[in-house]
Design a protein around this ligand. Structure first.
Ligand SMILES: Nc1ncnc2c1ncn2[C@@H]1O[C@H](COP(=O)(O)OP(=O)(O)O)[C@@H](O)[C@H]1O
Ligand SMILES: [Mg+2]
Length: 374
């Protein structure tokens, strides 16, 4: 293992470009439960380049966390089965032993979780949690590890870092705790960082600070980052690419600017409508997508989004659409009647005309967004 701390290290250009750092192909993870098999991740493929950021967006339960854990090899529960291919720097992750994976965790790929309280040990000081991690991976003496710990806390903008080493997690605010988690994740200079809803538990101002901190660290270290969120607003302007997930599948993938300019999947449109607007009055009802995500044990046939989709036609309930593109090859989506196309607009108009409930909800909801509730 490299005995080097990559704090502030800027990689050479050839490290940033070139071949993908992560190549995921047809990844599937299912959980055996009494009622059957929960297909949490159902054939997801993507590539991530060094120094690039990908946003993974979808409602709660769409498989984002299971995807992240499957890529890292963290799905170790006895009822989980993962198949497919995860090449990290050309090395196959699927089938690696825990011992082999432990060497990679922290040093190569690290993870920041939603709730900093559950990833920090409540009875161990911040200082010890940081230094133990550094010493385990970098084989350092106590004094040296302490210095690294202080430097790391400073790099995530924690004031009076030295004093903070003696703090227990409960003595810090939620935002500060998340900064500590980020410092721990960054301690060994990973080349790839998974941030799984890193700001969901925080209030809005702190959310922005943490997202900016992640962006700054990602840039300074030219790390690849996967930013997982249920909020399309979080990834706007913060990622190179976006992958939208629904019911364990990628339903739309595109460079971020392209996605916002020409979104094609009605589900992505629903997510966009669900973003709270700064200009909206408080307590304004959000344009949540009607209905619920499908049962992953026995999902509906055809497109899994069809029962909630304002554009759905008969074929959608029978034939599952596969990923395709129209004019931009790196923008793919799985939909028979894409948003912004003549066939899509026709399908939507037909559904509104025939009082198809999700289509009426979509029209009605546009009005609801201006309506103040409570
Ligand atoms: N250990 C498990 N056993 C059974 N089902 C699970 C397990 N872990 C996750 N799931 C199911 O997998 C689906 C995807 O979960 P998850 O990846 O956590 O969603 P997200 O992170 O997008 O909110 C959910 O339906 C969830 O209930
Ligand atoms: Mg999750």
């Amino acid at each position: 293992m490299e005995n080097e701390i990559r704090v502030g290290r800027v990689p050479a250009r050839h490290e940033v470009e070139g071949e993908a750092l992560l190549v995921v192909d047809d990844l599937r993870t299912s959980f055996a439960v009494a009622a059957g098999s929960v297909k949490a991740v159902d054939g997801v493929s993507f590539e991530l380049y060094r120094g690039h950021t990908m946003g993974v967006v979808g409602e709660s339960g769409s498989g984002k966390t299971v995807l992240s854990r499957s890529v890292m090899g963290l799905n170790t529960s006895a009822n989980a089965t993962t198949t497919g291919s995860v090449l990290y720097a050309g090395d196959q992750m699927i089938g690696k032993s825990s011992k082999e994976k432990k060497i990679l965790w922290g040093a190569e790929m690290a993870m920041v979780f939603q709730d900093p309280m559950t990833s920090l040990n409540p009875v161990v000081t911040i200082g010890r949690q940081l230094t133990e991690h550094v010493r385990y991976h970098l084989d350092m003496g106590k004094k040296e590890a302490n210095e690294v710990a202080v430097a790391l806390l400073q790099s995530v903008h924690i004031p009076e870092a030295e004093k903070r080493l003696d703090n227990y997690p409960h003595q810090m605010s939620g935002g500060m705790r998340q900064r500590v988690c980020i410092a721990i994740a960054l301690a060994c200079g990973p080349r790839m960082l998974f941030a799984d809803e890193p700001t969901t538990a925080l209030d809005v101002t702190v959310q922005h600070q943490i997202l900016n901190l992640l962006a700054e660290q990602q840039r300074d270290r030219a790390m690849a980052m996967i930013l997982v969120t249920h909020d399309l607003g979080v990834v706007a302007g913060r990622t190179d690419d976006i992958m939208v997930m629904y019911a364990g599948k990628a339903v739309e993938k595109a460079p971020t600017g392209e996605l916002f300019a020409h979104l094609r999947h009605p589900y992505t449109q629903g997510l966009l409508w669900s973003i709270p607007k700064v200009t909206q009055a408080k307590h304004t009802r959000l344009n949540a997508i009607p209905g619920r995500p499908p049962n992953l044990i026995d999902p509906p046939s055809g497109c899994k989004f069809a029962p909630r989709c304002a554009y759905a036609q008969d074929i959608c309930r029978v034939e599952e659409p596969t990923l395709r593109s129209i004019d931009t090859p790196d923008h793919v989506f799985a939909c028979h009647f894409p948003v912004g196309t003549p066939e899509g607009e026709e399908a939507f108009a037909r559904n509104v005309a025939s009082d198809y409930p999700p289509a009426l909800a979509a029209v009605g909801k546009l009005r609801a967004s201006e309506e103040v509730v409570g």
